[in-house]
Design a protein around this ligand. Structure first.
Ligand SMILES: [Zn+2]
Length: 289
């Protein structure tokens, strides 16, 4: 069933779990994620990222995402991730997305507040939830699907979300969920990330809306669970799922290298199964199992 971000975070809160948000830039990723959620009875967020427009435009995949969500046996939120332009966000709203993220975190604080407020005003008028970002989530060199690569001379700690600023930001914008920076990064980590998990609790004490963790790939299951216990409700997870799909395809092609009957659909199905297995492991962690 199709639900908003606000509703799905409430379900997560009541169950004491986190809810995963997975990018679905192709039909195989979409079916892998929704089947995994149904098999594990997990609420799930399926997301389109603006930067994936080059793989599939929102006009093509968006209506399929909505239809799939409506027909699912578990609560599904259809979310636009890292929306940076009003144009893309308006497209998502028109298609029927139940949640949009406005990412103006690379702007200065006041501009971030103003741009977030504008989207909140439009989206709330349509019954749609809004996520914003405060602080800056780093982007690693390899495999990131959003944002510009963070230069080496940036100290990650300077980008962390300040709890008091977060309180003020939420009060001023009336946003429904907030992505915070505490040491995670988009893409594949070059070294093991050092997470400031304590910071989540400090932010949680100041604001009572769901907190969002981006850059979930490469974080250990213990760290995920602590993050959820400390106040994270939505977890963005994609890179490792996409790598798992590719790994399965490579293995499948190698094993069948002498078989002339392999067709293209066999290859994509192998990729789907690889992604589904990886997503189920992540989901079980978010379900605190
Ligand atoms: Zn992100």
């Amino acid at each position: 069933m199709l639900v908003t971000l606000k509703e799905i975070c409430k379900i997560a809160d009541e169950r004491g779990i986190g809810v995963g948000a997975f990018n679905v830039p192709n039909l195989e990723a979409l079916t892998a994620v929704v089947e995994a959620a149904e098999e594990l009875n997990a609420p799930v967020i399926i997301a389109h990222v603006e930067i994936h427009e080059k793989y599939v435009p929102i006009e093509v995949i968006g209506p399929i995402m909505i239809e799939t969500a409506k027909n699912a046996s578990v609560p599904v939120c259809v979310h636009l991730d890292h929306g940076t332009s009003l144009n893309e966000i308006m497209k998502a709203l028109r298609i029927g997305f139940t949640s949009v993220m406005i990412d103006a975190s690379s702007e200065d604080y006041d501009t971030n507040v103003e741009r977030t407020k504008e989207i909140v005003r439009i989206a709330h008028g349509m019954g749609v939830s809004v996520e914003a970002e405060l602080g800056h989530i780093l982007v690693s060199e390899k495999g990131a699907s959003e944002g510009d690569v963070t230069p080496n001379n940036v100290n990650p700690k300077d980008c962390y979300t300040d709890p008091e600023k977060a309180r003020e930001f939420v009060k001023n914008t009336e946003v429904d969920a907030l992505a915070i920076a505490f040491g995670t990064a988009h893409g594949v980590y070059a070294a093991k990330p050092v997470l400031d998990l304590q910071r989540i609790m400090e932010i949680k004490k100041k604001i009572d809306i769901p907190l969002v963790m981006h850059g979930g790939s490469g974080v250990s299951s213990d760290e995920f669970k602590t993050a959820i216990q400390n106040g994270i409700k939505k977890i963005n997870y994609y890179t490792y799922m996409a790598l798992a799909g590719a790994d399965r395809v490579k293995k499948f092609l190698y094993e069948n290298r002498d078989d002339d009957s392999v067709q293209f659909h066999d290859i994509v199905m192998a990729g789907k199964e690889g992604m589904k297995e990886n997503v189920k492991i992540a989901m079980n962690t978010f379900l605190m199992k």
